[in-house]
Ligand binder design. Structure first.
Ligand code: FES
Ligand SMILES: [Fe+2]
Length: 393
């Protein structure tokens, strides 16, 4: 089965057809093929299957209910049954394509609003076809609506969208936000933006836009630009900026000076869409994860989740943090919206060294992953070892 407890994607018989997704799932093409600096690969524009994606925040579904959503252009309903088990179904009846979200849900069974076929939401199995007579040969229990592995973690419903090219994948657990103790505050923010997955991700990892897009007295200004040098190293499916002392031009980091301990920050990117940042200062820490999730080929959502024990006793710390984080996300959203306006005309684009090297690595990682899935060989990591990058920001 493919519900919360399922660890294996079944694809035998009717079930296989139910969970199959079009391949490749392709977003709008990026324009880098015009640029000598970046070799276009078949990975450009592709939305990666075979990963967990955050579909909804847990708090958006109260009790045994579901909500409509969309991931990688797949229409979904995501929710919980009466025993609290999370589920994710394609929002489409296998009979004649009616969105199941119009149907009636009693906490276990979902009844399609068109001809009343009912489905068990945990397994996707059809449990009744009201029009069926004893003379009909069709076997109700052999029919499934497309259903996907779904688990709750860190306050999100995570949905695993299987890659049809990979047979019976062993599912890893959904990603978990690293925390470094039992007592901490946690908050989540989300923001939708009109961007393709590739521009969303490279915007997320872009080290050069800060002084222009995120100008603020508490963060940084254009005048504060200076040269930086950081060591990047490969990690499975991604890369990490080795722990270093954070940017001296940021007032937000300077605040941590009150603890009188050295401050270090470490940033990591992992396919398909996750950026982790950890700031450590003695026993104090801040940990965040931002994911850029493609809802459609031209619309993404950033889910930002942060936990910390710094300034834990400061009153109103959560709303204060949310205020600044929201402003920050809004600045990114606005720039993505404006960039989308320019990209409509498919201009040629460039990726330069060293400031855009993380973006190049992202494309190379994607291509290497797809190649290893195609050939069945281990993935050839594009970053051979530690690399020092220099840029001004
Ligand atoms: S379309 Fe759903 S029962 Fe016919
Ligand atoms: Fe940004």
């Amino acid at each position: 089965m493919l519900g919360g407890r399922g660890r294996r994607v079944h694809r035998a018989g009717t079930r296989a057809r139910a969970a199959t997704l079009p391949l490749p799932v392709r977003a709008a093409q990026t324009g880098y093929n015009h640029c000598v600096e970046h070799e276009a690969t078949t990975a450009d524009g592709q939305m990666l299957l075979g990963f967990w994606y955050p579909a909804l925040q847990s708090a958006q579904v109260r009790g045994a209910k579901f909500r409509k959503t969309r991931l990688l252009d797949v229409p979904l309903i995501v929710g919980r049954n009466a025993s609290g088990q999370p589920f994710a179904l394609r929002d489409s009846c296998p009979h004649r394509g009616m969105p199941l979200s119009y149907g009636r849900f009693d906490g276990q069974q979902l009844e399609c609003s068109y001809h009343g076929w009912t489905f068990d939401v945990a397994s996707g199995r059809c449990t009744a076809i009201p029009s069926r007579t004893d003379r009909d040969k069709i076997r109700t229990e052999r029919i499934f609506c497309a259903h996907f592995p779904c688990q709750e973690q860190d306050g999100y419903f995570w949905v695993y969208l299987p890659d049809p090219a990979v047979r019976n994948p062993e599912l890893p657990p959904p990603p978990r936000l690293p925390v470094f103790g039992d007592r901490y505050r946690l908050t989540r923010l989300a923001c939708e933006m009109p961007t393709t997955i590739d521009h969303g991700i490279i915007g997320l990892m872009d080290p050069a836009h800060g002084p222009f897009v995120h100008q603020a007295w508490w963060w940084r200004s254009r005048r504060s630009i200076h040269e930086k040098e950081k060591i990047f190293e490969p990690v499975p499916n991604g890369f990490r900026i080795r722990a270093h002392s954070p940017s001296a031009n940021s007032a937000a980091y300077k605040l941590l000076g009150v603890y009188g301990e050295p401050v270090t920050t470490q940033i990591e990117f992992v396919l398909p869409n996750q950026r982790f940042e950890q700031i450590r200062c003695g026993a104090k820490w801040f940990s965040s994860r931002a994911t850029v999730t493609p809802l459609t080929s031209t619309q993404c959502r950033i889910d930002f989740c942060a936990a910390w024990n710094v300034f834990r006793r400061v009153p109103l710390m959560v709303p204060i943090f949310r205020f600044f984080a929201r402003r920050f996300l809004e600045q990114d959203r606005r720039v993505m919206e404006q960039q989308a306006e320019g990209l409509k005309d498919h201009p040629p684009l460039m990726l330069i060294d060293d400031a855009d090297r993380p973006a190049k690595w992202y494309f190379q990682l994607k291509a290497a992953l797809l190649e290893s899935r195609r050939t069945g060989q281990p993935m050839r990591h594009p970053i051979p070892g530690p690399v020092t990058l220099r840029w001004r920001s």
